[in-house]
Design a protein around this ligand. Structure first.
Ligand SMILES: Nc1ncnc2c1ncn2[C@@H]1O[C@H](COP(=O)(O)OP(=O)(O)OP(=O)(O)O)[C@@H](O)[C@H]1O
Length: 664
């Protein structure tokens, strides 16, 4: 390629961008700050390649997450690349790429188990097999680091990391697994044993056609096939004749992804590669993300000559925000944005204040000339924080969409409570969306930990019986009470049955205030959930969601009134979704995206940074969050215990508790 052929409609590429757009080097890595036009420049490179006549199908773009794919499509649109061309580019995550290849290689698709709950029985079986192994050579070293659900959670975390790093495939390739080798890897011997057994069960002893796949497993399985030399050259589904390969969010590459990337490059010698990343945006270390894949790993001991191209300044936000990001990340940060970005820090000190700030800021934003609500994003560290915000938005009539999590009205524990209210008021029909009714029935089955039975149940698979029962109640909501009595209560163990019955009795008989507190006291959702959920994090989230629901129940005179108001909220939320909506997102889901105004509420020292996550990852997450803003960044900080990241960015929390104060 020489000299650019593609000219964008809406922006003028800088010399740095033009250099990357039309570079003739085979391998290019762009390492730049957030908002410094990495995605835009990769889009330019794709457009340039297409302008030279490369068929779009021969241009691949890979990313780590789906939001990053969306960001790339948005950048292509912004540059004026025709939709028909963008549609034909092969844009996807590594997991999507790997799934597509494996589907062709294997000829079918194994079951996908995407939640820890779904994986739990397989983990428990593997742990049991390790414990029961009479031939274990080192029984004295078989010590698991936890017990019960905490162990399942620990196992899944370890497995996620082992698959991302491929440590057992690379470091232990030639060595047996012993306590000494486990020590060398800095890992728990018993967990490594369990991982081997679990994988063996999952794979059914072969390299392909596994029993099931969990999150990230397609990437791992394809990487293993390649690593063990079991993927034939020219295998069906493998991309050939690729001319351009771009890679966004390169900082999130792990070993599995790198093995796949490496194979694409070695099997497509004609391909020009351009990757872009920012070391301060690594937020997936738990999956083995390692910025070294942007560096020497790609260079492959000098075999690949990699040109490193700079993009030095942010175009997204102005100098105030750039200064804060610079202090936070400890690196220089210039801005070339047209306007400056306002940064405000507003203190809050009590319940209800954050959500009130969000509502008044969103209303003010909406009333501004030419302001679209979809350009206003509220970014959350934890999904449970959405309960209070959603209630406030719904009351204020402000439409919103969620990203990275479901609306709280649709979370399983809230659906369980809604189902109990429906049983108590004998009014399931007021939930007019069949999909919600289906999810409520599934929540009964899930939290009740029951298996559906029928008189002829021997003949049918449990999954088929469940699907049939769910469909029956969804289609005819009047039969919910019968289903509840004959299936849920009858098949639940006594302790669960008693709690469910007691909760329905409270919902039926309670008068006046305190309905939900009394219902939850009878239901004991923590005990109920700990039978079926994995890990302390999800249990804490359930409690927080239900505490939020409890607050929203206040002031309703009866269970029926509260039930109706939840149904109305859901209806309103659905109807308004077609309109221009505010975005309520988890930070991870906003990565790679940008909004005119970004508001980050609940900035408390024990909440963001989260106590249970390594500090550097929390810092990177905060960096990702603040760098999504274009014209306005609004931070809502706890007045007495603000997140220390605010001070780290050089911003002050005003001592006044009511008014917003500009800072920086
Ligand atoms: N030459 C340019 N002139 C003006 N604006 C530009 C230019 N190049 C990019 N931009 C704009 O700068 C903003 C940030 O660009 P982009 O999203 O590509 O950054 P990024 O580095 O990928 O961000 P992140 O690190 O968050 O993924 C976008 O609004 C983009 O349209």
């Amino acid at each position: 390629m020489t000299g650019p052929r593609f000219t964008p409609h809406t922006l003028r590429p800088t010399p740095e961008q033009l250099a990357i757009q039309s570079a003739t080097d085979k391998y290019i890595v762009v390492e730049a700050n957030a908002g410094a036009a990495k995605t835009t420049t990769l889009a330019l490179r794709m457009a340039e390649s297409a302008a030279w006549g490369v068929p779009p199908e021969k241009i691949i773009a890979l990313t780590y997450t789906e939001p990053a794919c969306d960001a790339l499509r948005a950048a292509l649109k912004k540059l004026g690349v025709p939709y028909d061309t963008t549609r034909r580019f092969r844009i996807g995550t590594f997991e999507q790429f790997a799934s597509a290849v494996l589907r062709r290689v294997e000829g079918d698709t194994p079951e996908h188990l995407l939640t820890p709950q779904g994986l739990r029985p397989h983990v428990l079986a593997a742990l049991q097999l390790v414990e029961d192994n009479a031939n274990e050579r080192h029984p004295d070293r078989l010590m698991f680091p936890a017990a019960g659900d905490a162990l399942v959670e620990e196992f899944l975390r370890e497995a996620h990391h082992l698959k991302g790093t491929m440590q057992l495939d690379t470091d232990l390739e030639e060595r047996p697994l012993t306590p000494d080798t486990a020590d060398d890897l800095g890992r728990n011997y018993a967990l490594l044993k369990a991982f081997r057994v679990y994988e063996n069960q999952r794979r059914r002893g072969s390299v392909d056609h596994p029993l099931f796949r969990g999150p990230g497993d397609a990437t791992y399985d394809l990487a293993q096939l390649i690593w063990s030399d079991n993927l034939e050259r020219g295998a069906p589904g493998w991309p050939v004749g690729i001319r351009t390969l771009v890679l966004d969010e390169m900082h999130d590459l792990n070993q599995s992804m790198f093995v796949i990337l490496d194979r694409i490059l070695t099997s497509n010698r004609e391909a020009f590669f351009c990757g872009a990343g920012d070391r301060d945006q690594v937020i997936h270390k738990v999956a083995g993300a390692d910025a070294r894949f942007m560096g020497d790993a790609l260079e492959d001991q000098g075999r690949r000559k990699v040109r490193r191209c700079p993009l030095t300044a942010s175009y997204r936000f102005g100098s105030r925000l750039a200064q804060g990001a610079s202090r936070l990340a400890g690196k220089p940060y210039a801005s070339h944005a047209d306007g400056d970005t306002r940064v405000t820090v507003t203190p809050y000190d009590g319940p209800g204040q954050c959500e009130a700030h969000v509502v008044s800021a969103a209303q003010a934003w909406r009333s501004g000339k030419a302001h679209r609500l979809s350009q206003f994003a509220v970014l959350l560290r934890h999904p449970h924080q959405s309960v209070a915000i959603e209630n406030a938005l719904l009351r204020a009539g402000l439409p919103y969409v969620t990203a990275g999590f479901d609306s709280y009205l649709m979370r399983p524990e809230v659906l369980l409570v809604r189902g109990l209210l429906a049983v108590a008021t004998r009014d399931f029909s007021s939930i007019d969306d069949p999909d919600t009714r289906r999810r409520i029935v599934e929540a009964f089955v899930f939290f009740g930990d029951i298996t559906i039975t029928t008189r002829e149940s021997d003949r049918d698979e449990p999954a088929a019986l469940l699907a049939h029962a769910v469909r029956a109640v969804t289609d005819d909501p009047t039969i919910l009470p019968v289903f509840f009595d004959n299936q849920v209560l009858r098949n639940a163990v006594p302790a669960v049955r008693q709690r469910l019955e007691a909760a329905v009795a409270v919902a039926r008989d309670h008068q006046g205030d305190g309905l939900l507190a009394a219902l939850l006291a009878a239901l004991q959702p923590r005990e109920l959930a700990s039978r079926v959920l994995v890990g302390a994090g999800p249990l804490r989230a359930i409690e927080a969601n239900l505490a939020g629901l409890q607050r929203s129940a206040e002031g309703h005179p009866s269970a029926a009134a509260f039930f109706q108001s939840l149904n109305t909220f859901e209806r309103q939320q659905r109807e308004r979704r077609a309109a221009d909506c505010l975005v309520l997102a988890q930070v991870e889901a906003a990565k790679g995206l940008e909004y005119e105004q970004v508001m980050i509420p609940f900035l408390r020292q024990d909440t963001f940074p989260d106590r249970d996550t390594p500090d550097d990852e929390e810092r990177n997450l905060f960096y990702v969050a603040i760098t999504r803003a274009r014209s306005q960044l609004s931070l809502l900080a706890h007045a007495r215990a603000p997140s220390r990241f605010i001070a780290d960015a050089g911003w002050k929390v005003p001592t006044v508790t009511t008014a917003a104060a500009p800072s920086a």
